[in-house]
Ligand binder design. Sequence first.
Ligand code: UDP
Ligand code: MG
Length: 242
Amino acid sequence: MRNMSKRDISIVIPVYNEEDNLKPLVTELREALHGVNKSYEIIFVDDGSWDRSFAILKEAASQDPQIRVIRFRKNTGQTAAFDAGFRASQGDIVVTMDADLQNDPHDIPHLLEKIGEFDVVCGWRHKRRDPWIKIVSSKIANFVRNKLSDEEIVDTGCSLKAFRSECLQDMKLFNGMHRFLPTLAKMEGFTVTQVKVNHRPRKFGTTKYNVTNRMVRAFADLLAVRWMKKRNLKYEIEETIR
Ligand code: UDP
Ligand code: MG
């Protein structure tokens, strides 16, 4: 029998000090999901915010049973927040996005259209609305990443993605790995596609990363992923007896 709490879609959103973004985000999500005609839950993972984010999320959850909140004891990082959200999720499809209103919830239906045909659908911010230094460094990072890991994801830093939940079930994540989710899924034999999505400037709050810390960390992570990909076990069993 189908689990009664099972949903069609889980939206997983890491939150670290995003107090001014949360209310408009919930409104936009409701609007965007209204026409989709599927059951959903929104899982906010508060990654140790010290502003009013948790209070706002708590209130939102008290008014809307579709909203769930997980609060970390302290700031642990975006990958950990995704991981906690994935483990809690009850949806057949998991959608990830940022809490800062830079991703547009109205793109979610476009991602969902491709799920079924593909196991993972990655958003690609074809018109980035960020400071130029971030746009340039992200272009370089994507180029290096794709070259060194023999990959072709144009914009892996875009959090807006959709996954069939099976892709995430057995995925072992490490700090920083949220940038490599499509590659990790492919290593397990899942299929990946990319769709262009809208991107908006950050109106409220500030970015949690700077160009240098992101570059250094992401490069170390890239070498780990490159190694994992090279050493990935790929074998075909021709026959088994008994
Ligand atoms: N975030 C988080 N924990 C962190 C850093 C970021 O949960 O330690 C969240 C943040 O609140 C946002 C998303 O991850 O929802 C992406 O962060 P940000 O917008 O700062 O990254 P950028 O868009 O600048 O790459
Ligand atoms: Mg952002």
